[in-house]
Design a protein around this ligand. Structure first.
Ligand code: ARG
Length: 604
């Protein structure tokens, strides 16, 4: 029946299109309209919208454009009082469902009070459509280059940071509706392969027919490095091997694949445990493109002591060809960015590496602009840097014996310590073995990810299981508990999420009590928080927000009964409006956890 199908289709489209509204964006638009109408002689007027802080007297948001506008007029030789300007702005704001009222305060602040009806309706869409992202101007093709360890070398805590931050950025941008490619730019083409292959040929001469049993590539690497440093003859062979490999000699390719596969398997164990999805496309992928690039750049390259370098306006150049004719990290990155922006036509490329590589990426971006690979009008490129990981002694992160920490060992320790924590809280007495195991993994991997993401990524970061497993403060443990507590409220009232959704059709979220209203307004900020992160790619904003939800919820729950009991403990009244608010809170939290790569459990 045609009408029914059409109706279904309409609902589908609506569902896809229904996105949560960004309050800041809405207010910015409204005030842009008002200010340009009130002061048409000022081009590009300052539009300053901010949250009002904790005092309800100052409203929920503020527009602070009046003072800077007064200053602009002063410079033009006109004296207008900021309060007068504020008044005129307010008179010109188009009416909007979002706003209950304005108040001009102090020297010219405009306090904005949100409308409760709007808030109620907006939060209700969560039950109808789920927690939806804010709308984006354009769906972008984004490539995120993250994790990217080096074959045959250690995958270290720096790569762990890149993996965690990169994955979370992907999850965020995917949720917003962009088209994301997750790329693992592994170091699989460096000069180290010469010595590795030469050593493999000596140790396992029949490697072409029988897979060599290398399980410990670390040791293998050290052995070959020792020979490389001590044995001139071997060194020569190693150099010859790289040349053969890079010209795709089949036997060398085979040896190279064998070696890469050993590392690959190790890396995969980490990704599986942390639930990280990545597509491997290492430096080797760009070999022919690098050859091509060098030809194309012939006129741009400068000779420098036998090297061929490319200047891009920074303090150092990129080394495109080494004096022995080989390529470098710079060459592969230039070939890669060209491939990404021009062949694959990505709009946005994001690199997640330690801050130590900031100069490399600045130089890369500078050169890529200069030779026309990056067009700033259409492309966005970001280097998402992060600080070094320190041990609890504030020194470089090492094991007690001074070795680098193996990531698998680190994850194992996390599991062990998470279990200790759960046992300390006697959770093993109430959870089934299966539930306990789920809680253990959720806590272990959750706390490692969350402690990384909750720190400003630009700062150094002290890795401490003791700190991350604390159950107070902004930690994964605190939040995962908060979530299970929230979920248990509806369970106590015998209401399943389905039943609650049913109830949302006949009941409304209540926002009457101060604490209800406060919680509701925090939930409404979800779209704004996400949009802010797309600007600076700092995920700690989301962690701070999640923490604010949890603490505001506690305030609400301490002050507002959701379930009332009589003196013998029987339930006598269930406040549906509050249960709805509780469930909406849980749903927003779930969405945030998902973006942060945390897996909440309903029992813990
Ligand atoms: N393999 C490099 C490292 O371990 C990171 C690669 C980052 N991505 C890139 N396109 N350069 O430091």
């Amino acid at each position: 029946d045609f009408a029914a199908v059409a109706e279904q289709l309409k609902n589908c489209i609506e569902k896809v299109q229904t996105r949560m509204q960004s309050i800041t964006e809405n207010l910015t638009n409204l005030f842009t309209t008002a200010i340009t109408a009130a002061f048409p002689d000022i081009t590009d007027p300052p539009i300053v919208i901010a949250l009002s802080g904790n005092n309800p007297k100052f409203g929920d948001y503020q527009c602070n454009s009046a003072l800077p506008l007064a200053n602009i007029y002063k410079q033009l030789g006109k004296k207008i009082a900021p309060r007068e300007i504020a008044q005129k702005i307010v008179e010109n704001v188009p009416s909007h469902e979002l706003i209950e009222k304005f108040e001009v305060a102090g020297p010219g602040f405009i306090n904005i009070f949100l409308d409760k009806n709007y808030a109620t309706n907006s939060l209700s869409t969560i039950f109808e459509y789920g927690v939806r992202p804010p709308s984006i101007k354009k769906k972008l093709k984004v490539l995120v280059d993250f994790s990217s360890p080096n074959i045959a070398k250690e995958m270290h805590v720096g790569h762990l940071r890149s993996t965690i931050i990169g994955d979370s950025i992907c999850r965020l941008l995917e949720f917003l509706g962009h088209d994301i490619l997750r790329i693992n730019h592994v170091g699989d083409w460096g000069t180290q392969f010469g010595m590795l292959i030469a050593h493999l040929q000596d140790k396992f001469p029949d490697y072409l027919v029988k897979s060599p049993p290398i399980s410990d590539l670390q040791t293998f690497y050290k052995e070959s490095k020792k020979r490389f440093d001590e044995d001139e003859e071997f060194k020569k062979r190693a150099y010859a091997s790289v040349v053969k490999l890079q010209s795709f000699d089949p036997d060398h390719i085979k040896a190279w694949e064998l070696i890469c596969n050993v590392s690959r398997k190790e890396f995969q164990k980490i990704y599986d445990r942390l639930d990280i999805k990545l597509i491997e496309r290492g430096e080797s992928f760009y070999q022919t493109r690098m050859e091509q690039l060098v030809k194309e750049l012939a006129n741009d390259l400068e000779e420098d002591e036998g090297r061929k370098v490319l200047w891009g306006g920074g303090t150092i150049p990129l080394t495109i060809v080494k004096s022995d004719g080989g390529f470098t990290y710079d060459t592969s990155d230039m070939a890669a960015i060209k491939h990404r922006l021009h062949e694959e036509k990505h709009d946005w490329v994001i690199y997640v590496t330690d801050a130590g590589q900031a100069t490399h990426f600045q130089t890369l971006f500078g050169c890529a602009k200069k030779i026309g690979v990056i067009d700033e009008k259409v492309h966005r490129v970001d280097h998402v840097g992060f600080g070094v990981v320190l041990g609890e002694d504030k020194k470089k992160f090492k094991t007690r014996s001074g070795d680098t920490v193996r990531l698998l060992d680190l994850l194992d320790e996390g599991l062990r310590r998470a279990l200790d924590k759960l046992k300390e809280k006697e959770r093993d007495k109430v959870l089934t073995p299966e539930e306990l195991k789920q809680a253990q993994e959720s806590v272990a991997y959750g706390c490692i990810k969350y402690s990384d993401l909750s720190h400003n990524r630009n700062h150094e970061y002290v890795f401490s299981f003791d700190k991350m497993l604390e159950d107070k403060g902004n930690t994964a443990v605190y939040l995962l508990y908060a979530y299970t507590r929230i979920k248990s409220i509806a369970r106590t009232a015998n209401l399943t999420p389905e039943k609650i959704r049913e109830l949302s059709k006949t009941h409304q979220i209540t926002l009457e009590h101060d604490k209800e209203w406060k919680l509701g307004k925090v939930l409404l900020r979800f779209p704004d928080v996400l949009l802010k992160i797309t600007k600076d790619l700092c995920l700690h904003h989301l962690c701070e927000y999640v923490y604010e939800i949890a603490t505001t919820f506690t305030e609400f729950y301490d002050n507002c009964y959701c379930i009332e009991r009589d003196s013998v403990g029987d339930i006598v009244n269930i406040n549906i409006g509050r249960i709805l608010l509780t469930e909406a809170t849980a749903m927003v939290l779930e969405r945030c956890f998902y973006i942060l790569g945390l897996k909440p459990v309903s029992k813990m």
